[in-house]
Each structure stands twice: as structure tokens, then as C-alpha cells.
Design a protein around this ligand. Structure first.
Ligand code: HEC
Length: 701
């Protein structure tokens, strides 16, 4: 606890800060996940610059002593750093020393990602708004105590209002809410399969927690877009949710909301139509939630192509004019740029014919949008020429394997009985770290994954209940035969010999890492656990597979399930496409041309064999500073944080972290000293190594 003297001093400072928010915050703080409401990921600090960055040293570390990984970008307000532990305890530190001031333990069991927090201040009122699992908490930033006037004893339950029985709703606030005046606007992570609640975008009063507006991403009767779904979809469909965060143009009062796909992700027979406003960039009036304009990036998505990060506000300079714009990166590896006010694309977007689906009951969209510029930042096609060259054997293996695959470019619906190659992979392309934009130059920096995935559908009939639940809700990650896809998705074969039914039920109820919580109870849960007891190799006639209407008496139509996320990897476990497998790209938005492009990340064992430029899978974004630097960690296997010259892409400094920094770094200054901080705990997107929960700060000696 801090003394009451320092406490009132702190209040005075906080008041001063809120009187001069732009001055104080622009100069020294990192007040929101993306640095600014527009998510610029930029700072005007320049004490650390090209000439001295090589001398950066660790200033302090803060170990939460919890395993589990971190995807958190902390915030700094007036010398205090606020962050989260892997189990979503909230803490405040002295940002200059790393000394802990308070910690808040909600006692809610939470293990998934929580990517940040929101600080709100007006006059002498201040609060921290934090998503912990399915709750939104309001905390006093000085004491770390829940503010009782907010919702019910300091928190609201985001499950309420999303279905008849809140206990049956799965939602987690993995990205922090955004502010507009006295509103906190939130989405949430929802399941990838049915049942899932609708992805309503909701604005709550920051003081009381009461609901002020709600936008239906699955339109109700009479709302525009309703005609892009079957008539009852607003009651039966789910998701089309915002899990990736949002961006606010505070001057214009517009909130930009990117949404993900409707569920189930890979078979849309029960949601025929374009499915507005799934996979859509929404521009909403931030005061009312009214739709101003929208752009759908994938019609009737069958590839889990969620918009993966909050968009970024930029100013595009063209023919001597400055155009306020919003840029949205995608898992497909393309970037869309729009006029912020009108939604008019700044680079033409073509609707091109797309492949039909061969799966009964499915109708793929006839066309899909393609921006003709800028050039994609991740490979759109895979040919023999773009397969791995790591060794001649792996190349030959990959050529053979490629011939077995459906490999026809973007937007080819998955089919039964044959794998389809999806490039870039289901993990993108771009991911949740989001880009950085340099206000001095208008250059946009995007990191990307650059390898391919495989996907297929399997048919099943309405056979016995436990297996049905498994195939509809679990197989997308754990595989249709429970084989998983280690290390990303564990196998569940023999799981009931390793874990008790209670332990498994517990994991199902709380979720874990990338696995959302499933509110399964009673008989459906018991049936699922019984199914997990069985061997997956029981002959199909005993399970009723392919035997519908005969042995089981079930006459339901066939259902289709995704057989599980898989990588197009070589037999040694490296991507079977050509390196680089991860990249960092500097794009001039005025011309749509790349200034530079470099591999990002290494596999230490391959670097040791003379292959340092492979790039690697990476999660977490870059930040750009007035010191001429671009800082990024993100890489899964080398655990490094790096600083590049933002003009040339030249590596100027690197440091090996205790665990991978799968998060976006921040920079701020306290008493004239500039710091860089990164959460270095690994993450659930990076399951190969042990995880932890350490924050590391750097400064000049
Ligand atoms: C969106 C992907 C996803 C879905 C859907 C999913 N899981 Fe998981 N599951 C995971 C991941 C990833 C892990 C490993 C999490 C970690 O340790 O970080 C996991 C872990 C588990 C574990 C613990 C395994 C072990 O070896 O300790 C069990 C049990 C499990 N899941 C069961 C289920 C069941 C049952 C369902 C369906 C009701 C399900 N999962 C649905 C992704 C998923």
C-alpha cells in the first residue's frame, strides 16, 4: 500500500495529467494498447536513437512467478505501469524501477490471453477497465480495488444479454475495450463452433457499467444485412464477433470494429448467404452504435479469415493532399485502406469470381474481394518454385505432397476426402499484434507469418451424442480422430487415462490458452466424457458413421466437420514452403510500394547450421519511435527483441529474452529516462516451449 501522502500527491498529478492529456500522454506515457486511440503504435520519444540503441541494457524485470504465457501490452500512465499476469491478476508497478505497488486478484479462474487494459480519466475520476475471462472490471488505479458503483460490485458479466441463459454463454474479453467519451466499447472472443452467442458490439457507461448501445453483427429482422442470412439466423447463428480490438477516431466520433467469421468456421450449410457483418470492417457512430459504412473482406467465410487486428488510423499523402484513412491488415496477407469518413477504398478493390463448393448443402460466395494494391505482404499461391529448399530431400518430398493437394489459390472451399492448401496459413498473414504507422513519414510496418496450412472436411451422421458433441465442438482443434495437431493442439487420445473426468470437465468449463470455455453440463457433458473414454478406432458401424438411418435409426442429414487445423510442414516439422516463414514489411501508403521487406525471426538450430534468414512464426506487433527505430519481439523460437533502423530495415540491436516476447512492446519515459518494456512469457500461440510471465524493461545505462 502506498501512504496517504503519496496517494494525494498521485491524485494531484493524475488531475494535472487529465487537464493536459494530449501533452502529457504524447510525450511520456503509453496510455492505451496501441499508444493512441488510432492504434498508431508510435511514440515521439527519441532519447534512444540509431546512434545509441546498441547500448540498451536491462533496467529491471518483473516476474509474476506464474507460468502460462503473456500476450499483454501493458500501459503506462504518469510513471505507473499497469499489466496482467498469466492468470489475469492485475498489477501496478513503478514504471522506472519495476517495484510493485498493488495487485488485484479477482479469484475468477482465467487462463486465456488478456492483451491489455484501458485507463479512463475525467476530472478527478479515474479507472482501469480490465477484461478478466467473461467479466469487465472497473478498478481504482491508485489502490487496485474494484469500484463498487460499476455494475455489480465492480464488474459486469459480459455473458448477460447474449442468450436466454447467461450460464450457457461462452465469451472472454481477450482484447481491451476502447473509449469514446464516457463509453467503453467491447466485443469478445467466442467459440469457433455452434453453439456460440451472437457477436454483438456493446458500449457500456464507464461510471455505472450500464449498457448504452449495442450493434447486432448478426442483424435482426428489419435491420440492414438481415437478408444475407437464413431468416432465423439471428436466433440460431453465432459469432461474427470482434476479438481483435477496435480503433477510435476521437475527433470524428467513429469507432472502427473489425469482426471475425460466423460459426462454424469451415462449413456454412446452416448459414447460407454473405453473412453480413461477419469478416467486416464496421465504421460505427461511437455515441450511438449506428452503422456509418462497412466493408466485408470475405463473403460467407469458409476459412476462418477473421480480421485479426484492430485497424490503424493513418494519413495518406497523395497528390499534395492529406487523406485521413483507416488501414486494415488481414490473415489473407493483403491490406485494405479506406477513407475514414466515406469508406471509399484508396486502392481499388476488385470482386473476382471464386471457386464453388463441392460439399453437399454448401453454397460458396460467387465472388470475393481482392485489393489490386498494395502488393500482398504474404504469399498468395504455392508452386513447385516456392516450396522449401532447406534440403534437396525435403524439396522433393514437398513436390510430391503438393501434387496430392487441392492447390488453386485463395478462397477454395475445403472438401471431403482431399486436403486443400491454404496460404497464408489459418494463423495468417497478419495477426493480432497489428501494424505500426510512423506519423513523420506515413510508412506502415507490418509483421506477418508466411507458411501454409492444410484443411479438409469429414462427413458424419447424427450418431451417438458424445461423438456428435466432439465432432461439432472439439474436432476443429483436436482433430476428427482426436489425434490433435501437436504441438499447437494436443492429442486427446487416451486422455481419460491421464486426466480424470473432473479434470477434463474443468478444462472444458474454464478453457485454456487458445481453447475457449464450453458451458457443457449434464447429459451432453457426460456423453462427451464417455466418448473420450472410447477408442477412436471403433468400427464405423458401431458408431453409426456412414450408417445413418440403418444401425442407429437416425435419419438426420449428413453433417460436415473440419478435420482439424494442420500445417503444411515437411517431415522434420519445418514449413514445406520456401522461407522466409516470417517477415517484417515497411510499406509506403502514399505509393502502395514497399520500402523494405526482411525475414523476421530465426530457428536457433537452423541458424547454427548456416540458415539464419529463415524468418519464423511470430505474434505481437512492432512500435516505431521518433528516435528512428522500429522495435519488435514477437518471434516464437529465438526469443529475441530487436531494434531496426526504420528507414532501411537494418538490424541495430537485439537481446535474447528469457521466454518469447509474444506481445507488442511499449516505450515511455519517467523523469527524463526512456524505457522499452516487453512481456516475455511465450504464449498459447507458441506452445513448443515452457511459458512464464516476465516483463523486461530496457533503458540506456
Ligand atoms: C479453438 C481450439 C480448441 C477447441 C475448439 C477445443 N480445444 Fe481443447 N485445447 C486446445 C488447446 C490449444 C489446448 C492446449 C491449451 C494449453 O495448454 O495452452 C487444449 C487442451 C485441452 C485439454 C487438455 C489436454 C491435456 O493434455 O492436458 C483437454 C482435455 C481438451 N482440450 C478438451 C477439449 C474438448 C473436450 C473440447 C470440445 C468440447 C475442446 N477441447 C475444444 C484447443 C481447443
Amino acid at each position: 500500500m502506498i501512504s496517504s501522502v503519496t496517494k494525494s500527491a498521485r491524485l494531484l498529478v493524475l488531475c494535472a495529467a487529465s487537464l493536459l492529456p494530449s501533452l502529457m500522454q504524447a510525450q511520456t506515457d503509453w496510455p492505451t494498447l496501441g499508444a493512441t486511440p488510432g492504434n498508431s503504435h508510435s511514440s515521439s520519444l527519441h532519447q534512444i536513437d540509431r546512434s545509441n540503441v546498441a547500448r540498451l541494457k536491462v533496467a529491471w524485470t518483473f516476474d509474476t512467478h506464474e507460468p502460462g504465457g503473456l500476450e499483454t501490452t501493458p500501459i503506462v500512465i504518469d510513471g505507473i505501469l499497469y499489466g496482467l499476469t498469466p492468470t489475469q491478476k492485475v498489477f501496478a508497478l513503478d514504471a522506472a524501477t519495476g517495484e510493485q505497488k498493488w495487485t488485484f486478484d479477482s479469484t475468477v479462474k482465467a487462463t486465456g490471453p488478456s492483451r491489455g487494459l484501458t485507463w479512463w480519466g475525467e476530472g478527478n475520476e479515474h479507472r482501469l477497465l480490465v477484461g478478466i475471462a467473461n467479466f469487465l472490471y472497473a478498478l481504482d488505479p491508485v489502490t487496485g480495488k474494484a469500484i463498487s458503483g460499476f455494475g455489480h460490485t465492480g464488474r459486469i458479466d459480459l455473458r448477460k444479454g447474449l442468450g436466454p441463459d447467461p450460464a450457457r454463454v461462452s465469451i472472454a474479453l481477450t482484447s481491451p475495450g476502447v473509449l469514446y467519451k464516457d463509453l467503453i466499447i467491447v466485443g469478445g472472443r467466442l467459440p469457433e463452433t455452434l453453439p456460440a452467442p451472437p457477436g454483438d458490439i456493446r458500449a457500456f457507461d464507464v461510471r455505472t457499467g450500464s449498457l448504452r448501445w449495442s450493434f447486432h453483427t448478426i442483424p435482426h429482422p428489419g435491420e440492414p444485412g438481415y437478408e444475407t442470412w437464413p431468416p432465423d439466423a439471428w436466433k440460431t447463428a453465432g459469432a461474427a464477433n470482434n476479438w481483435a480490438g477496435m480503433t477510435v477516431d476521437t475527433e470524428r466520433g467513429i469507432v472502427y470494429v473489425p469482426t471475425g467469421s460466423a460459426v462454424p468456421d469451415f462449413y456454412g450449410g446452416a448459414r447460407l448467404g454473405d453473412n453480413l457483418y461477419a469478416n467486416t470492417l464496421l465504421a460505427l457512430d461511437a455515441s450511438t452504435g449506428h452503422l456509418l459504412w462497412h466493408f466485408q473482406g470475405v463473403h460467407h467465410d469458409l476459412w476462418d479469415r477473421d480480421f485479426p487486428s484492430a485497424p490503424i488510423l493513418v494519413t495518406v499523402r497523395r497528390n499534395g493532399k492529406s487523406i485521413p484513412a483507416v488501414a486494415q491488415s488481414t490473415k489473407q496477407g493483403v491490406l485494405y485502406v479506406f477513407d475514414r469518413v466515406t469508406g471509399k477504398p484508396l486502392f481499388p478493390i476488385e470482386e473476382r469470381p471464386a471457386a464453388p463448393s463441392s460439399t453437399p448443402g454448401e453454397t460458396a460466395a460467387k465472388t470475393q474481394p481482392h485489393p489490386i494494391a498494395p502488393e500482398p505482404f504474404a504469399p498468395q499461391t504455392v508452386t513447385e518454385q516456392t516450396l522449401t529448399n532447406r534440403t534437396s530431400e525435403t524439396h522433393a518430398w514437398a513436390v510430391n505432397r503438393l501434387h496430392e493437394l487441392r492447390n488453386e489459390g485463395q478462397f477454395v472451399p475445403l472438401s471431403v476426402g482431399r486436403d486443400t492448401l491454404v496460404s497464408p496459413s489459418f494463423e495468417g498473414g497478419a495477426e493480432w499484434g497489428g501494424p505500426a504507422a510512423d506519423p513523420e513519414t506515413g510508412i506502415l510496418y507490418i509483421n506477418a507469418n508466411s507458411y501454409a496450412s492444410l484443411g479438409a472436411l469429414a462427413v458424419y451422421h447424427g450418431d451417438f451424442a458424445g461423438r456428435r458433441t466432439y465432432l461439432t465442438q472439439c474436432s476443429v482443434c483436436h482433430g476428427d480422430r482426436r489425434q490433435g495437431s501437436p504441438p499447437e493442439f494436443p492429442s486427446l487420445l487416451g486422455i481419460t487415462q491421464r486426466l480424470t473426468h473432473d479434470q477434463i470437465a474443468n478444462t472444458i468449463h474454464t478453457g485454456r490458452g487458445r481453447m475457449p470455455a464450453f458451458p457443457l453440463e449434464g447429459k451432453p457433458l457426460d456423453d462427451l466424457l464417455t466418448y473420450l473414454d472410447t477408442s477412436p478406432d471403433i468400427p464405423s458401424k458401431e458408431t453409426g458413421e456412414e450408417q445413418a438411418g440403418t444401425s442407429t435409426g437416425i435419419t438426420e442429414p449428413a453433417q460436415y466437420t473440419m478435420t482439424g487445423y494442420r500445417r503444411f510442414n515437411d517431415p522434420d516439422g519445418y514449413p514445406a514452403t520456401a522461407a522466409p516463414w516470417g517477415s517484417l514489411n515497411a510499406l509506403d501508403l502514399g505509393t502502395g510500394k514497399y520500402l523494405w521487406k526482411i525475414p523476421l525471426g530465426q530457428y536457433p538450430e537452423l541458424a547454427a547450421q548456416g540458415l539464419p534468414d529463415t524468418g519464423s512464426e511470430n505474434y505481437g506487433g512492432p512500435i516505431v519511435t521518433a528516435g528512428g527505430l522500429l522495435f519488435i519481439a514477437a518471434t516464437n523460437f529465438d526469443h529475441k527483441i530487436r531494434a531496426f533502423d526504420k528507414t532501411t530495415g537494418k538490424l541495430l540491436w537485439e537481446h535474447t529474452l528469457p521466454f518469447a516476447g509474444n506481445a507488442t512492446p511499449i516505450t515511455y519515459s519517467v523523469k527524463g529516462r526512456q524505457y522499452i518494456v516487453i512481456a516475455a512469457g511465450g504464449s498459447s500461440m507458441n506452445p513448443r516451449g515452457p511459458t512464464s510471465g516476465i516483463y523486461v524493461a530496457f533503458a540506456l545505462p
